[in-house]
Design a protein around this ligand. Sequence first.
Ligand code: DC
Length: 224
Amino acid sequence: MSVVNVITIDGPAGSGKSTISRLLAARMDYAYLNTGAMYRAIALAAKRGGISLDNRMALMHLCENIHLRFVADQDPPGLLMGNEDISEEIRNPEMDMLSSTVSTVKEVREAMCNLQRKMSRHVNKGLVAEGRDMGTVVFPDAGFKFLLTASLEERTSRRHLELLTRGKTIEKTAVMDSLKKRDNQDENRALAPLRPAPDAFILDSTGMGIEEVVQWLMNHTASS
Ligand code: DC
């Protein structure tokens, strides 16, 4: 298990957990681990390699051979697959559902869980780890666990705005449909579904600003 102080932030798509986790990590001078980006990288590699998401053995092989490295001194942090910067490509809407689907595969989850714990052992300060199963499966001994959520409407607006800012033209209703589908798959899969750890603080951030949420998290880590 991890040897550093770990804070886990789990939550559904569009809950703002990436922005919040990154800011919290910077404020606390902790490292930051975005595990959703890792599942997205597997989805991208599977797509490029023409690997069907039913082909568990091929996916396992892919996970065993993939070289992923986060670039921390970039804002937002980048992700390299081998020497290629895949940070932009994994954020394309197509990767949303593909990464959710690839993350239901047992072999993929086991490999990512091992890799995430291994990565945590390489940080020599604290770690903010965000995803869906950080507090429940990957870092059950984390010092502080949070589940961050927001209403579907607000998550849709945030995700829609993010896509527009990145130059992607997409209808808001399509964003909402995609979020609903992904929520359903991430919350109801057999393995490591998204749910709060029994000892997690839960925050519904609907109507709250980014700074307010970061402050709320910092207060909880300071006073507990
Ligand atoms: O956080 P994100 O939206 O970038 O994650 C993409 C998908 O990866 C998400 O729909 C489910 C999966 N995921 C997961 O199963 N476990 C994690 N710890 C992180 C992400």
